[in-house]
Design a protein around this ligand. Structure first.
Ligand code: DX5
Ligand code: ZN
Length: 229
């Protein structure tokens, strides 16, 4: 149920393969791959070549977060490169329903991301079709930013919406997640945790994955118990 998704953006780019192996050894479920185009967000990261290169050395689920304008143009390329989950931003899609169907037709899981200022109401009609929703807890574009605390309330409201419309949907949170705020994020209702600096800047990268999972799993049990009461 709890999934740990280290974000490659915070890894040491001089030895990406080794960095990926470290989080995989630590038991990470997903590798979170941030694709930035310098238009939707004010930064450029990397593209399909890096995804393809890493794919051959890893068994992890490749979770591709597309922070790009008009993502429809590149969906197939990222699937061919090795994506297992494709996440598009609601703010970047004019015909979101069509885009989500396109992702599913390509045979991978479909996720939709919301920026911090985007209201949950934009998701209402598409929610039943999604495998995962991603709530941004920083403004996208850069790693290492501070978690926006108002996200906690947004997670709880999304969880309530999901319980009604799509109880199996994963809730992913991305931006500023550390060992310190993991508990609060899971208590609010998230089950997929993206963490870049929180994992890759740790002294022992592999160990940090396990530590985060342990805190998250404990919080998840507490959440279940509170729910039963
Ligand atoms: C931000 C990216 C995040 C980022 C997370 O635009 O979508 O995935 O890499 O990094 P941290 O955990 O350092 O905030
Ligand atoms: Zn991301």
């Amino acid at each position: 149920m709890i999934k740990i998704a280290p974000s490659l953006l915070a890894a040491d780019f001089t030895c990406l393969g080794q960095q990926v192996a470290l989080v995989e050894e630590g038991g990470a479920d997903y590798l979170h791959l941030d694709i930035m185009d310098g238009a939707f967000v004010p930064n450029i990261s990397y593209g399909t070549d890096i995804v393809r290169a890493l794919r051959s050395g890893s068994q992890m689920v490749f979770d591709v977060h597309l922070m790009i304008e008009n993502p429809d143009r590149y969906l197939e390329d990222f699937v061919v490169a090795g994506a297992d989950i494709l996440c598009v931003h609601v703010e970047a899609c004019r015909h979101l329903h069509r885009t989500v169907q396109k992702i599913k037709d390509l045979g991978v899981k479909a996720a939709v991301a919301l920026n911090p200022a985007t209201p949950l109401s934009g998701l209402e009609e598409i929610l039943p079709d999604l495998d995962m929703t991603l709530l941004m807890s920083v403004n996208p574009g850069f790693g290492g930013q501070k978690f926006i605390s108002a996200t906690l309330d947004k997670i709880s409201r999304l969880k309530a919406m999901a319980m009604e419309k799509n109880p199996d949907m994963d809730i992913q949170v991305d931006g500023g997640i550390t060992l310190e705020n993991t508990e609060a994020v899971v208590l609010a209702g998230a089950n997929v945790l993206v963490s870049g600096s929180g994992i890759f800047k740790a002294e022992d990268i592999s160990k940090r994955v396990g530590e985060m999972r342990e805190v998250a799993q404990k919080a998840n049990i507490t959440r279940w118990e509170n729910q039963k009461k």
